[in-house]
Design a protein around this ligand. Structure first.
Ligand code: ADP
Ligand code: MG
Length: 258
């Protein structure tokens, strides 16, 4: 008898330990996903910074070779100032999203969060044939940890982009306020999700983006949506999806007002 009780106790203890280890791993995954997002963004940023530096360097070289051309020198200086300002703006949003900033919930203007994501991604979506439509009221606020909601939206935006490459399409981000909640929708006109996959997409490590069949430059980690769900759950909200293969996908987030 005692031995059964003892065995039970030790099993309980084992379970508690495993649970603790599991929780630690989960929070590690959350941190890693945030870093993976930054990694993806970095790829685009490197490209964009290069686009800013190349013309700056050629103008400067040209100006050095033509010390008497006042107009040219002025133009080169203007270009240098403008492109440097843009580069530091990109870096600022990167740093803000990578760490820093408070992890506390507060009322935040949604439109500013979204605008900052695009500054951070900085890739001109139009260059990929993607039209971005943002329909968010200027004064709409969400009750959330700002940087976390940015990570969620960034995941959805990058997935939408992947789904529309290389053909292009339209990415729409809409938001509206109800009596108790704010509803945010991210819609793309991409390749959509097969019915069989729909129930798995929020699982950690589920990805259809393998090196072989991916249209994106990166193969998938399968952590993006799992991370989104985790964050939205922590905000007492919900996230759902509707998709039609070859037509497109809408992710809908509902965030309670307080
Ligand atoms: N907007 C979308 N359009 C089509 N498929 C999508 C979309 N968003 C997510 N998916 C599917 O869900 C899977 C999991 O997404 P995610 O968790 O972000 O991982 P990853 O992007 O690394 O593959 C993707 O591999 C893809 O199959
Ligand atoms: Mg993803």
């Amino acid at each position: 008898m005692t031995s059964i009780i003892e065995k039970r106790l030790s099993l309980h203890k084992l379970l508690a330990n495993q649970q603790e280890a599991n929780n630690a791993l989960q929070s590690r995954i959350t941190q890693l996903q945030a870093l993976a997002n930054i990694g993806t963004a970095t790829h685009m940023i490197a490209h964009e910074i290069n686009n800013l530096l190349t013309p700056l360097a050629s103008y400067a070289a040209l100006a050095l070779n033509n010390p008497d051309d006042k107009l040219l020198i002025e133009k080169a200086l203007h270009k240098a100032v403008r492109n440097c300002n843009r580069a530091s703006k990109i870096m600022e949003s990167m740093l803000a999203m990578a760490n820093g900033r408070t992890q506390e919930k507060k009322n935040t203007l949604l439109i500013s969060l979204v605008e900052e994501i695009f500054t951070c991604l900085c890739r001109d979506f139009a260059k990929d044939g993607i039209t971005v439509e943002i329909r968010i009221p200027e004064d709409l606020t969400v009750w959330a940890v700002p940087v976390q909601i940015q990570q969620v939206l960034m995941n959805l935006i990058l997935n939408a982009r992947d789904a529309m490459l290389p053909r292009g399409g339209t990415l729409t981000i809409k938001a509206a306020e109800g009596p108790d909640a704010v509803v945010i929708e991210v819609t793309d006109t991409g390749y959509g999700i097969e019915a069989a996959d729909l129930e798995n997409i929020f699982e950690s490590f589920f990805t259809t983006k393998t090196d072989k069949n991916s249209t994106s430059q990166y193969s998938g980690s399968g952590l993006g949506l799992a991370f989104c769900k985790k964050i939205i759950d922590a905000h007492d909200g919900s996230i759902s999806v509707e998709s039609r293969p070859a037509r497109g996908t809408t992710f809908k987030i509902t965030l309670p007002k307080s």
